[in-house]
Write a protein that binds this ligand. Structure first.
Ligand code: NAP
Ligand code: GDD
Length: 340
């Protein structure tokens, strides 16, 4: 019998990569999508007709839909990737962010219990390095204390503890993957790497004048989503549920990301000014400036992960470093431009 998995967040970045991986492994994949006024299945077009892939309407804010789907599918594994995942926007919609990313996890865990599957169904929670927020030690490991700095981070902290609580209270195989930033050609347009890639290409084609960003000095540990979904899968294939950090251990600033992408497109950058007044030029042309609009009320300045535990206990490996990740994103976007 094929294993059955439920994935929430199928229309986002990670969902499609995870679905590809599980389908390759012979799983029957059931994915939960929200109804949207516009088509939100662009990233899963290639698997919509796959014999082992099913889409169900549901919502993490709607318990009855989750209970119904879990009861019908009776999954072996649930990967809970659904959330309002944009950190800055979580300050605009804090209540909804908590409802989806926090309470949504409890609803999913309860749906599994209601179906009587708490001893057989394994649960993966998409936890995050945003839990570390105002970091108290560097690099961050599974033992580093948390200090979230946004409604998003606080919602994910509640979710993190609910997962631990269901593990301790009901003996559920439930674990948190504490994932550092991971990107890909499927990354949403309003996350910084994709925003930089798309703007740089549009500028190089004369379709956009300049790029406006927020905190250029923020540093992140950026990996490739394709590598990270393999870690999610591995976390559910062990004898015991354990929480793991996934990270590359390599950090770069937003400014370095701009420098690499613009240079790759033949527009090397030089910088003038500081802070909000800092500007990036290529030759004499203004390419990048900054605006308060893209800062957060509380910034997370640095995230730097240590994934030694996942590498040694799960044999998790990542193929992409920062440069090959950015190459993949730029090359894919360039190809789309050529095909347009
Ligand atoms: P993403 O691209 O923003 O995708 C989020 C997904 O959640 C979308 O499919 C979205 O559906 C769905 N969703 C939002 N609200 C929902 C609701 N109320 N009910 C059901 N589904 C809902 O995020 P991602 O980058 O793939 O990340 C996947 C998960 O990992 C998220 O939980 C994120 O917080 C977490 N995470 C991400 C990273 C990272 O660097 N990418 C790092 C650590 C943790 P719509 O298309 O309908 O909006
Ligand atoms: N989005 C965005 N837009 N970020 C900018 C901009 C801008 O114009 N300018 C500077 N930044 C900085 C942000 O302040 C942040 O420090 C950094 O670029 C990365 O921002 P995002 O790409 O939006 O990602 P994030 O780190 O806030 O959150 C992502 O990673 C988390 C894991 O650490 C998201 O995927 C979260 O869902 C995830 O949990």
């Amino acid at each position: 019998m094929n294993k059955k998995a439920i994935i929430t967040g199928i229309t986002g970045q990670d969902g499609p990569y995870l679905a590809d991986l599980l389908l390759e492994k012979g799983y029957e994949v059931h994915a939960i999508r929200r109804r949207g006024a516009t088509d939100n299945t662009t990233r899963i077009k290639h698997i919509l007709d796959h014999d082992n892939f099913w889409l169900h309407y549901g919502d993490l804010t709607d318990s009855s839909s989750l209970v119904k789907i879990v009861n019908m599918v009776k999954p072996d594994e649930v990967y809970n990737l659904g959330a309002m995942s944009h950190v800055r926007i979580s300050f605009d919609i804090p209540e909804y962010t908590g409802d989806t990313g926090g309470l949504g996890v409890t609803r999913m865990l309860e749906a599994i219990r209601t179906a009587g599957l708490e001893k057989t169904c394994k649960f993966y929670q998409a936890s995050t390095s945003e839990l570390y927020g105002k970091v108290v030690e560097t690099p961050q490991t599974e033992a580093t204390p948390f200090w979230p700095r946004s409604p998003y981070g606080v919602a994910k902290l509640y979710a993190y503890w609910m997962v631990k609580n269901y593990r301790e209270s009901y003996g559920m195989y439930a674990c948190n993957g504490i994932l550092f930033n991971h990107e890909s050609p499927k990354r949403g347009d309003d996350f910084v790497t994709q925003k930089i890639v798309k703007a740089a290409i549009a500028i190089s084609y004369g379709e956009q004048d300049k790029l406006t960003l927020g905190n250029l000095d923020a540093m992140r540990d950026w990996g490739h989503a394709k590598d990270y979904v393999k870690g999610m899968y591995l976390m559910l294939q062990q004898d015991k549920p354990v929480d793991y950090v996934l990270a590359t251990g390599e950090i770069h600033s937003v400014k370095e990301c701009c420098e690499y992408v613009f240079k790759k497109l033949g527009m090397p950058l030089r910088w003038e000014g500081n802070g909000i007044e800092e500007k990036g030029f290529s030759g004499d042309k203004l390419m990048i400036d900054c605006s308060e609009d893209f800062y957060r009320p509380a910034e997370v300045q640095l995230l730097h992960g240590d994934s030694t535990k996942a590498q040694s206990e799960l044999n998790w490996e990542f193929e992409h470093d920062f440069y090959s990740l950015m190459d993949d994103m730029v090359d894919t976007e360039l190809m789309k431009h050529v095909e347009k």
